[in-house]
Write a protein that binds this ligand. Structure first.
Ligand code: YZS
Length: 259
């Protein structure tokens, strides 16, 4: 059975997560389906894509499928991880990708949302980024995506507390373009997509590519990158990551070492 639903009308594509049993966790299979939908939409000249959940539930997406994360001693978010492939597909899609968010957004799904070009949500939307609950060292490209969207102190609050930030807070911080009442969310999102589709596709495409490049243009030397990578390696080889994943699988709170 398909884990997403896909539709296309008037060159506006819709990709909807449809695996609520697993809280729309971003499994490799679900991501494969999304990547294939993006590919078809690109071939069809789709002018805007809306990324949403198939129904209005409490959770928009629970993030990376934790069952598919390595249990220890391996980089949990390498370049070829399915989530990373999805983020690159969103960034490189030649037309805008709009996240339409009802409900809570967790971990890697937050990274997905900040990589979307525009984000509209309703009063139920809330965002938590949770590597500190799993003892997981987040990757530099992920941090960069958050930093290109949010002030440093808000990124730190998200990563240090792993708490949900409410719709009001994320709107103030600039993560989201607009909070719209639930009853109007869908019509507002599709209205924005229709406006985009009526403008010059060539102009928008080059604007997206250029803005993405400029917003990510942080000079970092090779040795600084290797230093960061070494810090991450210590964490995914260390006890916290092992404990964090085990605790999730055993449905208990993690007990991180205090020394
Ligand atoms: O027990 P069953 O088989 O029914 O499965 C349960 C959950 O185990 C499953 N599920 C997940 N499976 C894999 N990966 C997930 N991320 C995930 N989340 C949930 O879905 C079934 C229903 O879950 P419940 O917990 O019973 O649902 P509910 O009581 O409605 O609570 C929903 C939330 C979303 C609050 C809860 O499931 C939750 O806290 N999930 C984990 C959220 C999270 O921390 N996600 C971040 C995962 N990590 C990442 O994306 C990054 C790698 S990082 O860690 O760096 O941020």
């Amino acid at each position: 059975m398909s884990l997403i639903t896909v539709s296309n009308e008037d060159r506006i594509g819709t990709i909807a997560f449809n695996n609520y049993q697993k809280r729309n966790a971003l499994s490799a299979n679900l991501i494969d389906e999304v990547l294939s939908a993006f590919k078809t939409m690109q071939q069809n000249g789709t002018r805007a894509v809306i990324l949403r959940a198939a129904s209005y539930e409490k959770v928009w997406s629970a993030g990376h499928d934790v069952d598919e994360l390595p249990q220890a001693d391996t980089d949990p978010l390498p370049y070829d991880d399915p989530l990373e492939k999805l983020l690159r597909a969103v960034r490189s899609f030649p037309a805008p990708v709009i996240a339409m968010v009802h409900g809570s957004v967790w971990g890697g799904a937050c990274d997905l949302v900040v990589n979307c070009d525009l984000v509209l949500g309703d009063e139920t939307c809330a965002f938590a980024i949770t590597p500190a609950k799993l003892g997981l060292p987040y990757n530099a490209s992920g941090f960069q995506s958050f930093l290109s969207r949010l002030p440093l102190n808000i990124v730190k609050e998200l990563f240090f507390t792993a708490n949900l930030l409410t719709a009001e807070r994320v709107e103030q911080a600039g993560l989201i373009n607009e909070i719209v009442p639930q009853a109007e969310l869908e019509s507002r999102v599709y209205e924005m997509a229709r406006t985009i589709a009526s403008r010059s596709a060539a102009s928008i495409s080059v604007a997206k590519t250029t803005l993405n490049m400029l917003s990510q243009a942080t000079p970092l030397s090779a040795s600084q990158f290797e230093y960061i990578h070494g810090l991450r390696r210590k964490v995914y080889y260390g006890p916290d990551y092992h404990e964090g994943i085990q605790a999730f699988l055993e449905k208990r709170a993690p007990e991180f070492r205090v020394d």
